[in-house]
Structures are given as structure tokens and as C-alpha cells.
Design a protein around this ligand. Structure first.
Ligand SMILES: NC(=O)C1=CN([C@@H]2O[C@H](COP(=O)(O)OP(=O)(O)OC[C@H]3O[C@@H](n4cnc5c(N)ncnc54)[C@H](OP(=O)(O)O)[C@@H]3O)[C@@H](O)[C@H]2O)C=CC1
Ligand SMILES: O=C([O-])CC(=O)C(=O)O
Length: 398
């Protein structure tokens, strides 16, 4: 099995000290390396750095007319081809999965990428390729992120590619985690971001439509995420609308946390938590259908006034409160919730439970307006598929 890597300026001096036998390079791999050695790549401010394990060239500046063509085939150590010591182990690994992440130099991605690369999401036998999308202004920061990924020595991380062209980065993507978008500041509503962020998702929808796997699972995180998810899916008519999700898992996690706190139980005792609607202050966290230790919440939490008033408002305004306290929007907990959302899609949902996700309303059983993206209870049926079934619940209790 081969690993691909490109030697970054900071690492090539060390690396060239090693002989090919020390790296256990086969002759096939060596010739592949030599081929790669002269392929132009992007470095800081666009110099081209060409090198191989036994050959180093000084960086050479290259002309690039179209900034959209600035994409690395691979980054740093991920361009190197070598035989794995653990060949036996890797034989049992699954086929590599391409994961595209936008806003990859941002706060949320900085937490998420390391979880993905560690196998926390798709498991210890799932090698991954990370395709990191940034912009002109973040390209250098993106290199910094790629350098940290290099230095982390993740066995499952087999490829890293950075660039600014979604048509290149989204190619054959099986996951697209669309985070890149301006966050709100104190006193703003998420909807206020639509003018700035909406266009990003139109372009990225078109790119997904053109080049991504037809089975790509898209999780839209950038706010306002429901509307952005709708914009994205409308621009990607060749990809099933059910594959698009607006992230409301963070709200679900927040709601579980508050119910657990009030009931004096651990989080894992809270189940069946639905977030209805938008990832915004209009959302409805549904305590009526949620359960604690398998029982209706109202049987466990007797303070019904708190449930009806305090709880709902706490969840609706949690993001805003965090911005007020921290000065920026939630990043680590959002990354955790993206992990949770991905796992929920590829793992059969435990019997009787469900999770929340913003999904396209197409024949929904709740009477919610059609043709929007709306958070509701979902179940996943099959490993590795996006099968989603709506949960039919008795809404007359609400
Ligand atoms: N759905 C949810 O539950 C949550 C959603 N969010 C949302 O996720 C998004 C990303 O948050 P976070 O990672 O913390 O933000 P950061 O500011 O850390 O990173 C955002 C990235 O988005 C890109 N971007 C695109 N357009 C703009 C713009 N006009 N101004 C600034 N950045 C831009 C930038 O990357 P580049 O230059 O490479 O394009 C930047 O690196 C935000 O919209 C935020 O509101 C946050 C928390 C929870
Ligand atoms: O509040 C924000 O703008 C960021 C966000 O979406 C959240 O933390 O829920």
C-alpha cells in the first residue's frame, strides 16, 4: 500500500538524509517518486518546490494566471510513496474515503480534522484522504494545518490535498463537510450572515454536482446552515436531496446536556431528543418526546415551568451566550457534533431512538412546509449508506 506525500520546505532537509533502503522504498515506488518529484506544487506565496527522497531542488517561482488552479496534488509527507511496515494490518482496511472540508483553516475545522484523521469518526480500519478547501487569504494558514497533520503521524491519513478550487477538491468526495463561512459576532443573528455566506454554498453546490461521488453525504455547518444547505442542494440536482444535512446536532447535544443537568443524570440517559426547525433562535427543542432513562422527561423533571420556558430559551440562545462569553462562536463542541452527526449517518440508529438533522422536506409526515431544509427526528438504517427514515411520532402531544 502506498502513502503519498510532498516534502515541505521545513521537512525536506531531514528527509533527504535518509537513503531509499532506510525508507524501504521499492523500485516501483522510487520511480513513482521521481515522477512526482518534478510535478509543480504550491508552497507559501506560490513557489514551486520539487524534491524527492534522494533529490532536492531549490524552490522556483511559477506563474499562475488563474488563482482557481492553485491546488496541491498532495501535501508534504503525503506525497511520499513507501511500503508500510504494517502491510498485513492494512490488508484488512477498507477502501480509502475522500473527505472534503471547506473552511479548513478555520476554528471548527482545526478541531475536526484531527478527529477525522485519528479514525474517531469512521473507525480504525477506514483510511481517509482529506481534501482541504480554503481561499486565497487562507492558503498559507491551510499549509500550517497540513503541516500539523503531517506531524501527527496518523496511520489512517493517507492523503492530504489543499487548495482553493472546489471543483478539484470535491472530486470523488464521499463526504463534504461545508464549514467555510463567516461566523457571526456578538449581537448578530445567524440569518444576518446570509448575504455574505449564501453565495459560497451556491458555488460549492455546483462543484459537488459536477465532480463529487453521487453518494456524497453533505453536512452544511456554515451559518445560516438550514438556508445554506437548501441553496447547496438546489445547485446540485444530480445528488439526491436526502444526502444534504444542515447541522443541528450541536443543538441536540446542548439540549441533552441541559436535561441531564436538571435531572441529575449522566448525558447518556437522555434519548429521543429532537430539534425542530432551524439552527437559530426559532428552533424548538422537543422535551415532550425526549426521554430520560426511557421515561418521558416530564415524569423525571417536575419543574414544568423550567421545561416550557427556561429550557427552550437556553437551547435557542446557547450559541449567542457562548459568543458573548468567549468572544467567538463555538468551535470544539461544533466539531464534536459534526463527528456525532457523521457517526449517526453511518451507524444504524439504536431501536426506538433517533437523532436530529436538518433535512430536505419532501413528503414529510409532520405537515411541515415542503421544499425547505428543516431539522427533525431521523433514523439511519444501514452502515455506509445515507438511508434516512423519518420518525413518525405523535405530535398531538406537542
Ligand atoms: N451549524 C452549527 O451548529 C454551527 C455553525 N457554525 C458556523 O460555522 C462557520 C465557520 O465557523 P468557524 O470555523 O468558527 O469560523 P472561522 O472564522 O474560524 O473560519 C471560517 C472560515 O470560513 C471562511 N470564510 C468564507 N467566507 C468568509 C468571510 N466572508 N469571512 C470570514 N471567513 C470566511 C474562511 O476560510 P477561507 O478564507 O479559507 O474561505 C474561514 O477560515 C460559521 O458560519 C459559523 O457561524 C459555528 C458553530 C456551530
Ligand atoms: O451561534 C453561532 O453563531 C454559532 C453557532 O451556530 C452555534 O454555536 O450554535
Amino acid at each position: 500500500m502506498a502513502v503519498v506525500a510532498q516534502l515541505s520546505p521545513s521537512s525536506y532537509t531531514e528527509t533527504t538524509r535518509l537513503s531509499s533502503s532506510q525508507l524501504s522504498l521499492s523500485s516501483t515506488h522510487l520511480s513513482s517518486l521521481r515522477r512526482r518529484a518534478f510535478r509543480p506544487i504550491i508552497g507559501p506565496r506560490n513557489p514551486t518546490i520539487s524534491c524527492s527522497v534522494n533529490q532536492v531542488q531549490a524552490p522556483v517561482a511559477v506563474e499562475q494566471d488563474d488563482p482557481k488552479s492553485k491546488t496541491n496534488d498532495c501535501y508534504g509527507v503525503f506525497c511520499l510513496t513507501y511500503d508500510l511496515k504494517a502491510e498485513e494490518e492494512t490488508k484488512s482496511w477498507k477502501k480509502m474515503v475522500n473527505i472534503a472540508v471547506s473552511g479548513a483553516a478555520g476554528m471548527i475545522a482545526n478541531h475536526l480534522l484531527f478527529k477525522l484523521a485519528a479514525g474517531e469518526v469512521l473507525g480504525p480500519d477506514q483510511p481517509i484522504a482529506l481534501k482541504l478547501l480554503g481561499s486565497e487569504r487562507s492558503l498559507q494558514a491551510l499549509e500550517g494545518v497540513a503541516m500539523e497533520l503531517e506531524d501527527s503521524l496518523f496511520p489512517l491519513l493517507r492523503e492530504v490535498k489543499i487548495g482553493i478550487n472546489p471543483y478539484e477538491l470535491f472530486e470523488d468526495a464521499e463526504w463534504a463537510l461545508l464549514i467555510g463561512a463567516k461566523p457571526r459576532g456578538p449581537g448578530m443573528e445567524r440569518a444576518g450572515l446570509l448575504d455574505i455566506n449564501g453565495q459560497i454554498f451556491a458555488e460549492q453546490g455546483k462543484a459537488l454536482n459536477a465532480v463529487a461521488s453521487r453518494n456524497v453525504k453533505v453536512i452544511v455547518v456554515g451559518n445560516p446552515c438550514n438556508t445554506n444547505a437548501l441553496i447547496c442542494l438546489k445547485n446540485a440536482p444530480s445528488i439526491p436531496a436526502k444526502n444534504f444535512h444542515a447541522l443541528t446536532r450541536l443543538d441536540e447535544n446542548r439540549a441533552k446536556c441541559q436535561l441531564a443537568l436538571k435531572a441529575g443524570v449522566f448525558y447518556d440517559k437522555v434519548s429521543n431528543m429532537t430539534i425542530w426547525g432551524n439552527h437559530s433562535t426559532t428552533q424548538v427543542p422537543d422535551f415532550l418526546n425526549a426521554r430520560i432513562n426511557g421515561l418521558p422527561v416530564k415524569e423525571i423533571i417536575k419543574d414544568h415551568k423550567w421545561l416550557e420556558e427556561g429550557f427552550t430559551e437556553t437551547i435557542q440562545k446557547r450559541g449567542g451566550l457562548l459568543i458573548k462569553k468567549w468572544g467567538r462562536s463555538s468551535a470544539a463542541s461544533t466539531a464534536v457534533s459534526i463527528v456525532d452527526a457523521m457517526k449517526s449517518l453511518v451507524t444504524p440508529t439504536p431501536e426506538g431512538d433517533w437523532f436530529s438533522s436538518g433535512v430536505y422536506t419532501n413528503g414529510n409526515p409532520y405537515g411541515i412546509a415542503e421544499d425547505i431544509v428543516f431539522s427533525m427526528p431521523c433514523r439511519s438504517k444501514k452502515v455506509t449508506s445515507v438511508c434516512r427514515e423519518m420518525v413518525i411520532m405523535n405530535l398531538s402531544r406537542m
